[in-house]
Design a protein around this ligand. Structure first.
Ligand code: 2P0
Length: 318
């Protein structure tokens, strides 16, 4: 009754922001992501323990984060769930806008089902992982992954879908780490606040399907300027929608803007590179493999740390 799985976080190029169903985490918009290579979550699930317990990065968690995991285990098992022990480790900062919940719930779904001795397809695991954290449904696959908005109220048509494999395109994601501490407001709460009060939210939702069409084509054709352009448009629209919420949500810091300016300057100087930001101040920069060192060197002086990553693998059992 024990299994260990590893999953890699994904960074959305076309963002998920807003839900059509909060309980099932059904998105208001489609999204598209790249799964990363060096960052990962490794999770061991043991069923039929004496009590429920969850450890994250070698520390017992309690309160709401614990309840969130236990609710997920209820969903995974169904009625009469036995007690469970979950032990999860991230080799990168947790809850800092680096998508730790995407790898976290993907690894938990895979390890939890395997430890229960149940067969499940990747699509079934993706639907399950989505209910823990929306973006987790994309981390079952490596490489380039899309997530359909879907139409059905039960969410059976809203899951990750592999668009192109890990080795499809040799790009780099340069992660400019500005702050590695936890974010000021969790993304679930921030999404609700945006949906409920932002005048720009309807415009964000309306623009997303076309962003998705453009980005999908750009990935399949390996057209970096086209992908970079739509990726920046998507992140800026998402952040504009949350900044116009009441109260306003702003994840950016002055260092975030410095990195954005440097990326724009790099482009003016002939280095093709584009930025994207999630629910945190850190900036991820997409560029060609041959330009990654130039981009990383340029960003080093204005952030805590720079990591250069590339496309990563599917989630797997260890
Ligand atoms: C994304 N983010 O597409 C977007 C872009 C952050 C900004 O998915 O409420 O942890 O658990 O479904 O997946 C982060 O939100 O939110 C996220 P829930 P999740 O990657």
């Amino acid at each position: 009754m024990k299994a260990t799985a590893r999953a890699h976080p994904n960074i959305a190029l076309v963002k998920y922001w807003g839900k059509r169903d909060r309980v099932l985490n059904l998105p208001a918009v489609p999204s598209l992501s790249l799964t990363l290579d060096r960052y990962h979550t490794t999770t061991t699930v043991t069923w039929e323990t004496q009590t429920d317990s969850v450890r994250l990065n070698a520390e017992a968690i309690c309160g709401r984060p614990l309840q969130r995991v236990l609710d997920f285990m209820d969903r995974l098992w169904g009625p009469h769930r036995p007690c469970v022990h979950v032990d999860s480790k991230n080799n990168f900062p947790t809850a800092a806008g680096l998508a730790s919940s995407s790898s976290g719930f993907a690894a938990l779904a895979l390890a939890g089902m395997a430890a229960a001795g149940r067969e499940a397809s990747k699509t079934e695991l993706s639907i399950l992982a989505r209910q823990g954290s929306g973006s987790a449904c994309r981390s079952l696959w490596g490489g380039w992954v899309s997530w359909d908005r879907g139409q059905k109220s039960d969410g059976s048509d809203s899951h990750g879908r592999p668009l192109a494999p890990q080795n499809h395109w040799d790009l780099r994601m340069v992660v400019a780490m500005i702050a590695s501490g936890p974010k000021s407001i969790g993304s679930t709460q921030a999404m609700i606040q945006t949906e409920q009060s932002s005048r720009l939210y309807p415009g964000w939702v309306e623009a997303a399907p076309n962003d998705m069409v453009q980005a999908t084509r750009a990935v399949l054709e390996r057209n970096l300027p086209a992908l970079g352009t739509v990726m920046e448009a998507s992140t800026l629209r998402m952040h504009a929608s949350m900044m116009s919420a009441e109260p306003s949500i702003r994840y950016w810091t002055p260092a975030t803007l410095s990195v954005m300016e440097r990326v724009e300057k790099l482009r003016k100087d002939g280095v093709p590179a584009w930025f994207t930001m999630d629910a945190g101040p850190n900036v991820k920069v997409l560029c060609d493999s041959t330009r990654a060192d130039t981009v990383a060197d340029t960003l080093r002086s204005c952030c805590e740390k720079v990591d250069v990553l590339q496309a990563g693998p599917d989630a797997f059992l260890l």
